[in-house]
Design a protein around this ligand. Sequence first.
Ligand code: BG6
Length: 469
Amino acid sequence: MAKFLWGSATAAYQCEGGWKEGGKGMSNWETFCHSEKNVVNPVTGDVASDHYHRYEEDIRMLSEGGQNAYRFSIAWTRIIPKGVGERSREGIEFYHRILDTCKKYKVEPLVTLYHYDLPQGLFEKGGWENRDTVQAYIEYAKVCFEEFGDKVKLWATVNEPNYETICCYGRGNYPPNVQDLSRRWKAMYHLLLASAGAVSAYKDMKGKGQIGIVSDSYSIEALKDTPEYKEAIYMADLFYNRCVNEVSVNGVYSQGFIDKLKSDGFDLSYMLEEDKETFIKGKVDYLGINAYDRTLVKPYSGGETVMTANNTGDGKTKNETIIKGWFALDEDPYTEKNAWGCELYPKAVYNLLMQLKEIYPHTPIIITENGLGYYDKLEDGCVHDEYRVEFLKSYLEWIKKAIDDGCDVRGYFVWSTMDLYSWINGYKKRYGLVYVDYDNDNNRIPKDSYYWYKQYILSEGEKFNAKIQ
Ligand code: BG6
């Protein structure tokens, strides 16, 4: 990483479309979106932003927007359609074309190997709850290193082991749609083992780049400064952050986390002695952080575990979390929220970065996602998203302050490059710097935030370079 990465990000299922093209196999998301379980926002990623056909335009626009980096994910089912076994040359060639296009436009690719979409065959055998998925993933990762190793210098193993497993096994709004934390912990363990296995394989293959993990991490805060609230902060930190970051950065699980799972009576027999070596060998080169909002907590005060999410943006279902014996989510009535209840609290990113600097002082950080979901409006061919500009600007100001205060941040990616499918939140929740006119041939229209970002990189970009050699 010779210079600060200024980019934006996407994920395969959310933008590619082309779900039956190029020999692609089925993933759990295609199956889910086409099933009767998809009731909240019953749309699919069959076409999505049609990136499968329009990737050149998207990468060109990204580059013309002053960005020097593009984070995207590879669909496992394009490379190995059934999840294990035969590779698809057609699928591999598609990503070669994307990478060649990045090169053409002088854009550094940051490639995520797994961003929620799991091959259907593996999903049916238990997905991440099944240890066999770990080995299948490592084999898939090796194929990617072998095929794309010369063109990719920045890899991310998996996207958000915390958030994915919360949705799959806590809220139950992602497939397999269950609410059972013991299954969450098991699936998360295997995701992290898979990540460490891929890092370790990359090192064995003498990969020439850097490899990290993408972790949604939070500044955990409370409205009161009492021992009970401090305990709630500690618990939530284990629940959301340390469960992923500790083992990824240090190669060992935090003892506090393991003790808590044991005292709750969770069966941990899937944590094998022999895995310890994989975790040690699989320490990441950098930590990718997806930073959206702050997590405000209060002490657990009774009742069963509850986890619900506002996926519709109409507030009919609230974001509510009570984790029995751990903590509960709190709400600050005075801060601004978007329609989906996401708090707009930019200082959270500074607080988080300063905490990470304290805990993991030798691990560089890349902000792999930051952005604002909104009901954007196209008016006379323009999208005046000044709210997004305000959001991104204030986050960047705090990130800059964290860098000035000694935090080793190497890059920043806006979520998202263009509008795309928002996991069960529907297409009206938009994050893109570029508007996708879904009703008009998926035409691309740069939003005000796109032009603002370009200008910001030009005028402020150099100030972020401080730490980078
Ligand atoms: C992140 C994911 O958690 O948040 C993205 O990595 C996702 O894939 C983004 O799209 C925003 O979430 P949502 O559900 O509002 O689209």
